[in-house]
Design a protein around this ligand. Structure first.
Ligand code: NI
Length: 401
């Protein structure tokens, strides 16, 4: 990288660390839930303005996009986007830290405060070297990663138009602080939730032949759905179908009219996702009609595709990570893959890119609790690692032309 020599970048980031930590702690004290990130996005927009970026606000309600045009970006110059999510969770914080959440029942329990602080610092660093930048950098500050999905409306509203590649990171407490995980291909699962409503014909429990029992139909549907995993999908392409809720009936001697089941399906490829989403409905309604009833399936809004990393962009991010932490601190085996979902997937479906994981777990500092735990916290030493890896990846991408 010509803009920053390896040592000058680390020294420069050191100068930014106090501000980086201060932003993170301020956001931590003021958590905001999905699509309510008004204060957070206000701070983001104001900081990006101050850096001289072209700023768009109100994208997907509370999203913010900042564009940094490189000083030596000739015709045909590339644009790389970097994404951070901003939302918190409805959890009451149990940590006794000085920067503890000041909002009752809400906390940053997934590290998105850290992601936002990291990306603002990356924007500051790259702005400082704007005149030497060989292309453009777009900063995507996304609302509502948790549960509702802010990435999809950002893509629909043109946030990645003209973007050639997208990168982003998640701080992860499962990975020790200092380590970074990068892997090509599937990195997070898809997640789609559904409601199956089986309709039979209610009646007396002693005369089942005069009724159509939706509970028996439901039981057969549950068993049959598992064969979609065990018999219809490759053992080398893992996926999950779960029914997590079943509601039917009021008492022992009545056959109810309906049975309602709710479940989720997780996959690691778009083909598998499409296949299972089609087959779950077909199997459920086929069994129901065979047994004299019917079954309707309703997919819940906010479903998320799998996160799939592009090999070329991932190779570039890997080089940036190795330059940041050294090869011995890199994880890239399949333990890196998560069955959780993340709507970074929406950006990765629109543009080739790479989502990678920066370790933030440190038992000595008490930052080893799982994500979404009321004692979740970040090892703040992981923040500059994230900054350095993103800056290196962005600069390298633009310099390779
Ligand atoms: Ni998260």
């Amino acid at each position: 990288m010509s803009i920053f020599s390896p040592d000058s970048l680390k020294a420069l980031i050191d100068e930014y660390v106090p501000d980086l930590v201060a932003i993170r702690r301020d956001l931590h004290e003021h958590p905001e839930l999905a699509f309510e990130e008004v204060r957070t996005s206000g701070i983001v927009a104001q900081r990006l303005h101050a850096l001289g970026l072209e700023v768009q606000t109100g994208i997907a309600k509370t999203g913010v996009v900042g564009l940094l045009r490189g000083g030596v970006a000739g015709p045909g110059a590339k644009t790389i986007a970097i994404r951070a999510d901003m939302d918190a969770l409805p959890i009451a914080e149990l940590n006794e830290v000085e920067y503890r959440s000041r909002v009752e029942g809400k906390m940053h329990a997934c590290g998105h405060d850290g992601h936002t602080a990291i990306l603002l610092t990356v924007a500051a660093l790259l702005s400082k070297r704007r005149s030497e930048l060989a292309g453009n950098v777009k900063f995507l500050f996304q609302p509502a990663e948790e549960s509702i999905g802010g990435a999809k409306p950002m893509v629909e509203q043109g946030a990645v138009q003209g973007v050639d590649a997208v990168i982003g990171l998640h701080l992860i407490s499962d990975i020790p602080s200092g380590r970074v995980a990068v892997r090509a291909g599937a990195i997070c699962a898809s997640a789609d939730d559904y409601v199956l409503t089986v309709t039979g014909r209610g009646g007396h429990a002693a005369s089942p032949h005069e009724a159509v029992d939706p509970i028996v139909i439901g039981a057969q549907i549950i068993a049959a759905l598992q064969t979609l995993i065990s018999r219809s999908t490759s053992p080398f392409s893992p996926s999950v179908i779960t029914i997590g809720e079943m509601k039917a009936g009021t008492t022992f001697n009545i056959i109810p009219e309906t049975a309602v089941m709710r479940g989720t399906v997780r996959t690691f490829s778009s083909e598998h996702r499409t296949y299972l989403m089609r087959r779950i409905g077909e199997v459920a309604s086929g069994i129901a009609s065979t047994l004299g009833g019917s079954c309707e399936i309703e997919w819940q809004i906010g479903g998320c595709p799998p996160c799939s990393n592009d090999p070329a962009v991932t190779a570039l991010v890997r080089r940036a990570v190795v330059a940041t932490v050294g090869e011995e601190m890199l994880d890239e085996d399949e333990s890196v893959v998560s069955a959780g979902s993340d709507d970074m997937a929406e950006f990765l479906q629109a543009v080739p890119g790479c989502y990678f994981m920066v370790g933030s777990g440190n038992e000595a500092k008490g930052t080893h609790y799982q994500h979404h735990h009321p004692r979740f916290d970040l090892d703040e030493d992981a923040l500059p690692i994230g900054v350095e890896a993103l800056v290196r990846a962005a600069v390298d991408y633009l310099e390779q032309g």
